[in-house]
Ligand binder design. Structure first.
Ligand code: COI
Length: 362
């Protein structure tokens, strides 16, 4: 695997006729508009990563037998570029995303990519499309690095060819509710991941397997599901698109990284911010019964979820076995609001960057 060879990136700028009209920054939605350019590179055993280029955003031409279409050998990441003061553009912990992607690659038998060089290419891509980084509050540029298996073959094995690409989308809030509390349905019929499976890898199959539960929850009026463990169906795991936190008395509790949940970068950042502020944090197993008991006895103060797309999303209602509980009178709690504000300020360069989380693009 040619991880050490310098990656040469060719720049093929989009022609004037390929440039798009930019969407209204106040009506971005999530992941529906895409910028003018993308980054693409390819991998095979002989050449390692090669033919890297930044080019106009365009369709791929793939063999219908490409293995990604049949066996789902695919991994991806999600991170954001933020517009800070003086128009600077900042990335938040991008190497953590690339490192997680390389961990996902190992689990899915895919080649790892050279992280520093990919970060360099990502920065060049963002700089080229810098006018797409929204400046208004709550809006950011969402970056989606992705790797797919491209060998045309129907025998089950690791593909011998891959394409890695980065596309970018100016986005607003992930949930229609914005920062308003969302309703979450505790899922008992379906499960997301088992120990030894691919639960901690960021691979499309995890998301494909979740849409049935999501659809059914949405039909009941809920924004997302809360997954329980697959064995005993009692320990809380994560929300469909994010990690979950509970504030019980004065403790901030989140399930541990046991191998079945996604090691969220926002999750890790919230834990670090909490420790910096002297808030008691616990990464421990927590049952759904304990959450409901804490609500009964008045010690459940807040519930919120964390993710790159979701940022900090307060949970206003939880439904489990036909019992619906309303958390903090269905209002964003004190800690949820504080983490939301602190994280956003930090990501926009308005706080001291104590942990060296920010990478400046421009
Ligand atoms: C993210 O938060 O970046 C994700 O990848 C979740 C996805 C469903 C938007």
């Amino acid at each position: 695997m040619m991880l050490n060879k310098e990656l040469e990136v060719t720049l093929n700028k989009a022609g004037d006729s390929q440039l798009k009209i930019k969407p209204d920054q106040n009506k971005l939605g999530f992941g529906v508009h895409f910028t003018d350019h993308m980054f693409v590179m390819h991998w095979n055993h002989e050449q390692g990563w090669h033919n890297a280029e930044i080019c106009a955003y365009q369709n791929f031409s793939l063999d219908p037998a490409a293995m990604v279409f049949h066996y789902g050998q695919e991994i991806f990441e999600g991170l954001k570029a933020y517009r800070g003061a003086d128009n600077q553009i900042l990335l938040f912990r991008p190497m953590d995303n690339l490192n997680r992607m390389n961990n996902s690659a190992l689990r899915l038998c895919m080649p790892r990519m050279p992280m520093k060089e990919v970060l360099k290419a990502m920065k060049a891509l963002i700089y080229l499309d810098r006018e797409w980084v929204p400046g208004n509050e709550g809006a950011t540029l969402y970056i989606r690095p992705t790797m797919i298996a491209t060998e045309p073959a129907l025998g089950l094995k690791p593909s011998s060819q891959y394409t890695f690409f980065i596309i970018m989308s100016p986005v607003g809030a992930y949930y229609a509710e914005g920062f308003n509390p969302v309703r979450i349905y505790v899922e008992e019929t379906y499960v997301r991941a088992v120990a030894g499976g691919v639960g901690e890898a960021k691979t499309g199959g995890n998301y494909a397997a979740s849409v049935k539960a999501l659809t059914e929850a949405q039909q009941k009026g809920y924004a997302q599901v809360l997954w329980l463990d697959a064995v005993e169906r009692k320990y809380v795991e994560e929300v469909g698109t994010s990690n979950i936190f509970f504030v019980i008395d004065d403790q901030l509790i989140t399930p541990p990284l046991s191998g079945t949940i996604l090691p969220g970068i926002t999750r890790d950042s919230v834990l670090q911010l909490a420790r910096d502020l002297g808030i008691k944090t616990l990464e421990r197993k927590i049952t759904i019964d304990e959450v409901f008991q804490a609500w009964e006895n008045g010690s459940l103060k807040e519930v919120f979820s964390t993710g790159t797309a979701a940022v900090i999303s307060p949970v206003g209602e939880l439904c489990y076995r036909n019992q619906v509980i309303s958390i903090n009178d269905n209002k964003p709690g004190e800690l949820s609001t504080m983490f939301f504000n602190e994280l956003q300020a930090l990501q926009r360069g308005q706080r001291e960057d104590k942990h060296n989380w920010l990478v400046r693009v421009a």
